[in-house]
Design a protein around this ligand. Structure first.
Ligand code: ATP
Ligand code: MG
Length: 575
């Protein structure tokens, strides 16, 4: 339950603040009005611990915890661990860390495996009631018997076994007498149902596999559909939110609850989050990790919560994004740019501004005294006066961005070029007088003069310059590694491939650029992993845990909006 805000709300018995509503919230409001659950709101977040959580899960978490919080309800974290072969404790731990980081606290912590005994007892009851039977058909045969959307299914020859025989076989399944896949327990519903999920769905399968919590106690495991609703019911979940693909499973969810006569939890389906240039499927993300396409689950190019945290996204930005995308009954695709917008918006408020030069070009100010160092006063965050000011050393030799100098400036390029005067942020006006080139004819050093009367950035005679560029002092700069990320996929829909290819064909070969020798201002030598900054004019950056003392590593979280790139594009189009 509860973010810190919501905790405050608990002590304050006033009506919830008006919020943009959505259809799930309306259902809850209605249930509260009719007193359907005695005024209770109980939700759960039910991840399967078979991978790391991604931004799609953040949407589900936001709904499950957020709606319960709003109505002073409760939320359980329940691991849906019915699939022992794919599940690991590493995933359990990461999921708990990610939910906490997103700002939520669960009330109960449960595992579907906590309920294996109860589920087994309920299976016996269904057998005794003539509502379940052991089937000897193979998975393939069961599929063939299932029929299609237009044709009814066929009864299994084992459908009408006696209760005694079913009880005996099911007991022997549990004891481990049969090999994997040789038998299943099925619900006896209706092989002609128009809903394929109701055509005698499998409840239990045989699997001689060690489970991360129950060890070797069980060699039969319940299927998702048999475990989920009953787990909800056991926890007295009132509103069980899941994604739209489970809509057709709802009749089955209700059927089990009705047959067993247990607490009537209610399943509500919503649209899953899809993002452009992004894959949100644990299975595919695992493939990227296993094939070494990325550096791990928390590689900052991944859409996992742990990756975007490492990259520098804030949990506030993610919650604001989730609030803004809302929830509906039709699946669409959200622009990745929208998520980035919320990240920028939040980082703009909280990040300290610093100066860093990613691709250094040396500038020598010929008329500046050799050996002199001045401490220039710089504003830490124009959005937050309380962030204060700092001193940045200025000296005769500086680094500026290679991009901020052009020997032959195109039209509308106002930054440094021969004969041109520009402002150094928090420094002086400088004018380029000459350049030094290497054997290949590339500019390796720019010589300038400065106007001592412009200290702080203004000319007493009122003359203007059209550009202000950032810099770091050559002898004071700290070397840093900077990792610049682009989209992991080149296509808006990464799954859009020709036959014979898989989504890896759409991986962006330039998704990671490592800049080994960037220069950052000396205040950053103390930066700690997780610290976030705005590098002036470049974007937002976050210190990576790979940093070592004296050699920070920065991840680019997100670029600032690049107006020059837009101008350049327009010019290119005109050509
Ligand atoms: P994946 O397809 O990534 O493997 P999943 O649905 O199998 O996801 P679960 O661990 O079963 O993953 O999901 C836990 C909860 O998160 C479920 O309620 C599920 O509906 C929800 N969820 C998963 N993916 C998304 C998404 N893209 N958008 C919104 N909710 C999601
Ligand atoms: Mg799943």
């Amino acid at each position: 339950m509860t973010t810190s805000n919501a905790e405050a709300a608990v002590t304050e018995p006033t009506a919830p603040e008006p919020r943009p509503s959505n259809f799930i919230r309306d259902i809850i409001l209605d249930d509260l009005k009719t007193n359907k659950y005695e005024g209770r709101v109980q939700t759960r977040f039910p991840p399967e611990p078979n991978g790391y959580l991604h931004i799609g899960h953040a949407k589900a978490i936001f709904l499950d915890f957020g709606l319960a919080d709003e109505f002073r309800g409760h939320t359980n974290l329940r691991f849906d661990d019915t699939n022992p072969e794919k599940e690991e404790t590493e995933y359990v731990d990461s999921i708990m860390e990610d939910v906490r980081w997103l700002g939520y606290h669960w009330d109960g912590l449960f595992y579907a495996s906590d309920y294996f005994d109860q589920l087994y007892q309920w299976a016996l009851k269904l057998i005794r009631d003539g509502k379940a039977y052991v089937d000897d058909l193979s998975a393939e045969e069961i599929r063939k018997h299932r029929g299609t959307l237009t044709e009814p299914g066929k009864d299994s020859p084992h459908r009408n076994r006696s209760v005694e025989e079913n009880l005996d076989l099911f007991e022997r399944m549990r004891k481990g007498e049969f090999p994997d896949g040789s038998r299943v327990l099925r619900a006896k519903i209706d092989m002609a149902s128009p809903n394929l999920n109701m055509r005698d769905p499998v409840m239990y399968r045989i699997l001689h596999a060690e489970h991360h919590r129950t060890g070797n106690k069980w060699c039969i495991y319940p299927m998702y559909d048999y475990a989920h609703g009953q787990s909800d019911s056991l926890e007295h979940v009132t509103h069980s939110m899941c994604t739209l693909e489970f809509e057709d499973h709802r009749p089955l969810y209700n059927w089990f609850i009705q047959q067993l006569g247990i607490f009537p939890s209610q399943q509500i389906e919503f649209d899953r989050l899809n993002l452009t240039y992004t894959l949100l499927s644990k299975r595919k993300l695992l493939q990227l990790v296993k094939e070494g396409r990325v550096r791990g689950w928390d590689d900052p190019r991944m859409p996992t919560i742990s990756a975007i945290r490492r990259r520098g996204y804030t949990s506030e930005a993610i919650r604001n994004f989730c609030l803004s995308i809302g929830v509906s009954k039709t699946t669409g695709v959200i622009e990745l740019a929208m998520l980035e917008h919320f990240v920028r918006e939040d980082l703009n408020k909280r990040s300290l501004r610093v100066m860093a030069v990613l691709r250094p070009l040396k500038v020598v100010i010929d008329n500046y005294p050799v050996g002199q160092v001045e401490e220039m006063e710089a504003v830490n965050n124009p959005e937050d006066e309380s962030a204060g000011k700092r001193k940045v050393p200025f000296s005769r030799e500086l680094y500026i961005e290679q991009d901020d100098f052009r020997e032959d400036p195109p039209k509308q390029y106002y930054r440094l070029s021969p004969g041109r005067e520009v402002r150094l942020r928090y420094g002086y006006f400088i004018t380029c007088t000459s350049v030094v080139k290497n054997d290949k004819g590339e500019v390796v050093e720019v010589h300038c003069t400065y106007d001592p009367a412009t200290r702080g950035g203004n000319a007493p005679d009122g003359r203007k310059v059209k550009a202000t560029i950032h810099w770091v002092s050559g002898s004071h700069a700290v070397n840093a590694e900077v990792r610049v990320y682009e989209n992991l996929f080149v296509k808006e829909n990464p799954s859009d491939v020709v036959t014979g290819q898989d989504f890896t064909a759409n991986l962006n070969p330039n998704s990671l650029e490592i800049i080994a020798e960037a220069k950052v201002e000396p205040s950053l030598v103390q930066a700690k992993p997780g610290d976030r900054y705005q590098f002036e004019r470049l974007g937002y950056f976050c210190v990576d845990p790979d940093s070592t003392p004296g050699k920070p590593v920065f991840n680019r979280t997100v670029a600032l909006k690049d107006t020059w790139a837009k101008v350049e594009k327009k010019i290119d189009k005109k050509k």
